[in-house]
Design a protein around this ligand. Structure first.
Ligand SMILES: [Zn+2]
Length: 67
């Protein structure tokens, strides 16, 4: 049993056409449908959460800590 090699792979997003390199044990290039460039969590939704006060619930859920 061998440990997969951790290597640089090129990721291409089919949604926005973004290309970036990342470290992965995956062999070969990766194609994704959403990336950090076009995923809603990184764009409009993030601002909506900040404005509505739900960001505190969001933080609590993912970090387990209250403000
Ligand atoms: Zn994208």
């Amino acid at each position: 049993m061998t440990t997969p090699a951790y290597q640089q792979v090129n990721v291409s997003c089919s949604n926005c056409g973004n290309n970036f390199d990342t470290g992965s044990t995956h062999n070969g290039d990766i194609r994704v449908e959403v990336c950090s460039n076009c995923h809603p969590a990184y764009t409009g939704e993030q601002r909506t959460l900040t404005n509505s006060g739900q960001v505190d619930k969001f933080r609590e859920r993912y970090t387990g800590s209250k403000p």
